[in-house]
Structures are given as structure tokens and as C-alpha cells.
Design a protein around this ligand. Structure first.
Ligand code: HSE
Length: 426
């Protein structure tokens, strides 16, 4: 009889059900690919009474995750329950028992991943987390395995499906944030607490995981300058479209001479940039490195099946190489100052009803060393003042700050309404 590896899975939500289906329905194929058959033996859930549309013959289903981890019939633990503390404690328990772990949990990995990876290494077992950043998009594998001879200079990513669905619907259908969020929730992409998506924390966690691999440095979520999408106004989405772009929540990691700057911010993505046109539930990761140049990975970044693709692939890899240690970053990250980085800027101002106000704003920016590459005037409507949106050439954050202060003090400017990063400027 072919060898088997007993799998215990903690969590049976959208992702867990899709993983269970694949393990139960395709065990033979997976066994051939892995060299031994991963057999789902036990599942632990939080609420046993909840109805679930998945058949689990010969699988023990209960609500005892610790017992599951300790069960001698379980040789590989899959964590898809979410949350930070309990999930991390279960992974810790499994690794100490020399049981390899596969997880989809970006929040837990961002907070405790370094300790867990050290523990896995100490106990000689693997810890895999492909699903934690970009779901089925194989970003972890590309950074960990495929680009091991390269020096990565930057990551640019749309890595949160919920905010991408929201911003796409605001742009195309004129939805408000709440209605658009309801759609993301209906599609099973949003987090249980969607503020993790909307406020940028989910994207920041994924940025940390991928940056640890890309730059071999032990980043933490506190290293990310994070701004979510609550402040994005319909007027910016409209101006972005007129300027030939879209507003997206973009996560970036940029190597500078002495550090890596990590940011998650609403950003105007202009046509021509590889992230332009990455809409709706799609995610994309652009990795720039010295030998390979820019590599674009794009696909569904969330949802049950896409995430299960990564989890099951990790299960197969684990069955093949259960003792392969996870990568552990060697470097402590240097303090990173986003202000030192040159980036294009999008600025929207409300004008006073004065002749040549728009021209004077452009003049003031150029006098401050910010070349204006494109501008869009919004005529005054009933009760509304005229507005001006501009895109500038890349400038250091500190210079931009000073230019914004100048605009604020101009007699022709009633208010500086928005300033955000802009990518794709020539
Ligand atoms: N809430 C996440 C997102 C799910 O919207 O991308 C996938 O990690």
C-alpha cells in the first residue's frame, strides 16, 4: 500500500472547505505528485453546529484543535482558522512536536512568523505559507526559490482583493465604500473584520512577508508606513480617470542605499504602469531585480479556491520535503525613511474664484522644484469651487511636504484636498 501522511486541519471556513474538497476528491493525484498520499484525518472547527457544504467521509470533525495537533495519526498540521494568538500557539505546538505546518495566515505570520520559522528550523521541520501573500499567485515561491541569485530592488503590489474590488466599483459604478465592501464580503474575499482590509493592515502584513524573502531582512508590520482607503474621495477617483489612471491601494518595498522603505498607500496608478488595469479581485506583484528585471505575477489574490491552490501546493511540497527548513532572514532592517524616497505625486486643490488660479498653482509647484507633468481642471459646479488636480515628476517626500505647505499658503488656493503617491510617471 502506498505511504500516507495524516493531515489535520484547523479551520473549515471558505478556504478550509476548498482545501478539504481537493484533498478528499483528488487524493490519488496528489499522492502521485507528493510521493505519499496526504490523507485528511481530522478537522477542528470553532462552531460544530454551523452547516457546511462539504462531504468529509472518514474525517473526524470536532472542536479540539490542541487534541488535533497532538493526535499521533496527524503528521502534518494545516492552519486555516485565521486570527493571531491562538493560531500561532497551535503552530508553535505542532512545530515543537516535530510536525510540519502549512498556513494561510498572513496576520499570524507577520507577527510571529520569525519565531515560528526559528522554531521550525530548531525542530527540523518545514513551515510553509504560500497562501498567506497573494493566495494562488506563487509570489512566495518565486522570491524564495526562483530569484535566489538576484538582488531585488523593489516590490510593487496590489495585494488586497477587498480594497481592489471596492476601488474598482467606486470607479466603474459610482458605489460608496460600504456598498462596495458588501460585494467583497459576498464574494468571500473580505476579512472577518474588514477594517484589516480597508485600513491597509492586511496588505501591510503581506508586504512584510514578501519583503522578508525579497530583502533577506527581518521586517515587522511596524516598519510599514500604512495608510488605508477610507480617505479616498469620489472626486479623486474621477480625477484619476481623467488623468488616465486609477486609484489603487499599492504596497511598495523600495531598496535605497541604506535601507528598504515599506509603504502601503492609496496611489494613482497611471496607464503604462504594470499595475494599471489590475482591477476587481485581481492582485498583482511586480518584482524588480538586477538579473531578471521586472517580473509580473498576476491573478486572483483571495477567495476559497485560489487560496486552497496555494495551501494544497504547500501540502504536496511538505509531504515531499517535510524537514526542509523555512527561510530565515539574516539581516536586521535599517531604519527606513519614506521621506527620502523620490516618488511621483498626485495633488488635488480647491481653488478660490480668482483669475488664473490654476496657472498660479502650477507655477508655484514648478518654482518649488516639482515639474507638473499633467493637470486636470474641474470646473466650478453649483455651490462648488473649481478644483485642480496635477501629477508631478518624482520628488523626495520632504520636498513634496514643503511644496504642499507653499500651496496651502497661496492666496488662490482654498485648500489642499488630497496628496497621494503616483506611479507610472514617465
Ligand atoms: N482579505 C484578503 C483580501 C483575503 O482582500 O485580499 C486574501 O488574503
Amino acid at each position: 500500500m502506498a505511504a500516507e501522511v495524516g493531515v489535520g486541519m484547523v479551520g473549515l471556513g471558505t478556504v478550509g472547505r476548498a482545501v478539504a474538497r481537493r484533498l478528499v476528491q483528488r487524493w490519488e493525484l496528489l499522492g502521485e505528485r507528493a510521493g505519499a498520499t496526504p490523507v485528511l484525518r481530522r478537522v477542528a472547527v470553532g462552531d460544530l453546529t454551523r452547516p457546511r457544504d462539504v462531504e468529509l467521509p472518514q474525517v473526524r470533525l470536532d472542536s479540539n484543535p490542541e487534541e488535533l495537533v497532538d493526535d499521533p495519526r496527524v503528521g502534518l498540521v494545516v492552519e486555516v482558522m485565521g486570527g493571531v494568538d491562538r493560531a500561532s500557539a497551535l503552530m508553535d505546538r505542532a512545530l515543537r512536536a516535530r510536525k510540519p505546518v502549512v498556513t494561510a495566515n498572513k496576520a499570524a505570520m507577520a507577527v510571529h512568523g520569525l519565531e515560528l520559522a526559528a522554531l521550525a528550523t530548531e525542530h527540523g521541520v518545514s513551515l510553509r505559507y504560500e497562501a498567506a501573500a497573494g493566495a494562488g499567485i506563487p509570489a512566495v515561491a518565486v522570491l524564495r526559490d526562483s530569484l535566489r541569485g538576484d538582488l531585488v530592488s523593489s516590490l510593487e503590489m496590489i495585494i488586497n482583493g477587498t480594497t481592489n474590488i471596492i476601488l474598482s466599483r467606486m470607479e466603474r459604478k459610482g458605489d460608496g465604500l460600504e456598498d462596495a465592501l458588501a460585494e467583497a464580503q459576498r464574494r468571500g474575499v473580505a476579512e472577518a473584520d474588514p477594517s484589516a482590509d480597508i485600513d491597509g493592515h492586511d496588505a501591510a502584513a503581506k508586504l512584510v512577508l514578501l519583503s522578508r524573502l525579497a530583502f533577506d531582512a527581518a521586517f515587522a508590520t511596524e516598519d510599514v508606513d500604512t495608510v488605508g482607503i477610507r480617505g479616498v474621495e469620489p472626486a479623486d477617483i474621477a480625477c484619476a480617470a481623467r488623468l488616465g489612471g486609477s486609484v489603487k491601494l499599492v504596497a511598495q518595498a523600495t531598496r535605497t542605499r541604506s535601507s528598504v522603505v515599506l509603504t502601503v498607500r492609496p496611489t494613482l496608478v497611471l496607464a503604462g504602469h504594470p499595475l494599471h488595469g489590475v482591477d476587481d479581485a485581481d492582485n498583482a506583484v511586480v518584482i524588480s531585480s538586477d538579473l531578471a528585471g521586472p517580473v509580473l505575477l498576476r491573478g486572483l489574490g483571495g477567495g476559497g479556491d485560489s487560496t486552497a491552490s496555494a495551501v494544497v501546493s504547500d501540502i504536496v511540497a511538505t509531504v515531499r520535503a517535510p524537514t526542509e527548513p523555512p527561510p530565515l532572514p539574516r539581516l536586521r532592517p535599517a531604519a527606513a525613511d519614506a521621506g527620502a524616497l523620490d516618488r511621483g505625486a498626485y495633488i488635488r486643490v480647491r481653488l478660490r474664484d480668482v483669475d488664473e488660479a490654476a496657472r498660479l498653482v502650477v507655477q508655484a509647484l514648478e518654482d518649488r522644484g516639482l515639474p507638473v507633468l499633467a493637470s486636470q481642471a474641474l470646473a466650478a459646479g453649483a455651490g462648488d469651487a473649481a478644483q485642480l488636480a496635477v501629477v508631478t515628476a518624482p520628488v523626495a517626500g520632504e520636498m513634496l511636504e514643503r511644496a504642499l505647505e507653499t500651496l496651502d499658503s497661496l492666496a488662490v488656493v482654498a485648500a489642499v484636498v488630497t496628496s497621494m503617491d503616483c506611479v507610472g510617471v514617465a
